[in-house]
Design a protein around this ligand. Structure first.
Ligand code: URA
Length: 209
């Protein structure tokens, strides 16, 4: 896969525009994120592990491919990652799931870890880390560091929106980790928000402020 894939499908772009609107209510925002996560999942799961199984159609026996969901680990970077996670899990319910808890120190913009729980044998899995906003890239790079330390070697990063700064940071820190996103925006502002962006994804998803 390329290091950066921007999914320009009209359905993705339309839903993203609705999500960006500041007046979009929380419940609609959450629903859109769920829908868009499934469309993005289509792109990020292109190389999912498969296995051949023996089946019988009404006409004849055959060997046919099916997903080896146990070989997939979805890792949500809390808390906003859960908005992407839920939709993808509906598509691949047998995937194993992990969580990385990182918050951003508002002064330094550096990530601080508060939770880490991932499936065993990450070295044997395709790991898809999900976080809607790739902003400075500091937490994303830190989360991927943790996953690699835990043995993961085949990692993809899925986000909804990225800033050029975040993409560059990830390219430098983890050139082996392809990024899939719906858009790369203009820049970060002085508070580390993506411009024009959509605001704080966690707040918009959960109705907090
Ligand atoms: N996190 C968000 O939720 N939004 C941004 O714009 C940047 C980081």
């Amino acid at each position: 896969m390329d290091h950066l894939t921007v999914v320009r499908h009209p359905l993705v772009q339309h839903k993203l525009t609705l999500m960006r609107r500041k007046d979009t209510p929380t419940a609609v925002f959450r629903q859109l994120l769920r829908e868009i996560s499934q469309l993005l999942a289509y792109e990020v799961t292109r190389e999912l592990p498969m296995r051949e199984v023996e089946i019988e159609t009404p006409v004849a026996p055959m060997r046919s491919p099916e997903l080896d969901g146990r070989k997939l680990a979805l890792v949500s970077i809390l808390r906003a990652g859960n908005g992407l996670l839920d939709g993808i899990l509906e598509l691949v319910p047998s995937a194993r799931v992990g969580f990385v808890g990182l918050y951003r120190d508002e002064d330094t913009l550096e990530p601080v870890q508060y939770y880490f729980k991932v499936p065993d044998h990450l070295d044997d899995r395709l790991v898809i880390a999900v976080d809607p906003m790739l902003a400075t890239g500091n937490s994303s790079a830190a989360a991927v560091d943790l996953l690699k330390r835990q043995g993961a070697t085949d990692i993809r990063f899925l986000c909804l929106l990225a800033a050029p700064e975040g993409v560059d940071r990830m390219r430098q820190a983890h050139p082996d980790v392809p990024i899939v996103t719906a858009a790369v925006d203009e820049r970060l502002n002085e508070k580390g928000y993506i411009v024009p962006g959509l605001g704080d994804a966690g707040d918009r998803m959960f109705g907090t402020k």
